[in-house]
Design a protein around this ligand. Sequence first.
Ligand code: SMG
Ligand code: MG
Length: 367
Amino acid sequence: MRVEAVELHRVAMPLVRPFETSFGRQTARDVLLVRVRTTVGDGWGECVAMADPVYSSEYVDGCEAVIRHYLAPALLAAGEVAAEGIAALFAFVVGNRMAKAAVETAVLDAQTRAAGVSFGEYFGADREFVDCGVSVGIAPAVEELLAEVAGYVDEGYRRIKLKIKPGWDLEPVRAVRELIGDTLLQVDANTAYTRADIEHLGLLDEFGLLLIEQPFVEEDILTHIALAEAIETPVCLDESVVSAELAFDVIGRGATSIVNIKAGRVGGYLEAARIHDVCAELGVPVWCGGMLETGIGRAANVALAAMENFTLPGDTSASNRYFAEDLTEPFVLVDGRLAVPTGPGSGVEVRADLLRAWASRPPLELT
Ligand code: SMG
Ligand code: MG
């Protein structure tokens, strides 16, 4: 197929409740969507970058600029393309994985829609449903945290993840553990700790956590190794793992024994599937992370999470965890699980009415 046009849409979506992590508080999503118009039909991809460069160096305006000035021109000039060739086509741009992922996903969506193949089938995933967890932000007080967690447990979520930071760790984790009994529980620090905190983080061992996610800065692999050696709780890397090569490296060095896979962070779903395969080969379980995706990105995440080695519940929560109304048909939690879309491509349809109503600026068309 050939790509004839690339459309960049920007949509503002308020969150149903603020989401606070160790690096900040978010009340809305500034969503960048990529639509490719090709000779075989259209495809959509969602860019997971945040409005500011606080989770990683990428951010929405930057991604838009990279797509506009580098990726889209390369795609439009490439002639015949296929999703499997996009990473090589974009290799001349260093990093910028979230921008690349959004475009590659749009191409993959167009390609698989035309072929009548669902993302799940394309990934070789045969689960019909995926187990879901929910990521719970830092709350103003433990009491409020407990109320929020209790609500999610009532809704049926199979695993709770608490965001932690220095000063918000042992006390909330203890209280939530008491509240939820033996429901699966894990924590995510988003790089908020340092080597001096190793002993303190060891105090989390008594709570029987599934894992501790990314306690230290992404480049600091040695400190993650030191922590993994010092505590019982498994260490899981998120931000650090940006490619299958990196996954192979950090697993081999003992820095991580479980991996969070986010397609946006690693440059796309094809690389995400490669990381899945590397981890499976090494006997390391994986789970699907989330970046507060709309139904567009969520559909692809759920299909990815249906692959065999995604053995832990992901941050693949229902649409209503973040949005009162989704940009696609909503993902609804049933018995703690989401159904993997079965239609061609991502299997969901973008609601043109909402896209127009929520647009923060007119779409940009590149040809
Ligand atoms: O999609 O439910 C989701 C978000 C899950 O906690 C989540 N993501 O580090 O894993 C992570 C964070 C990154 C985004 S925080 C604004
Ligand atoms: Mg994380």
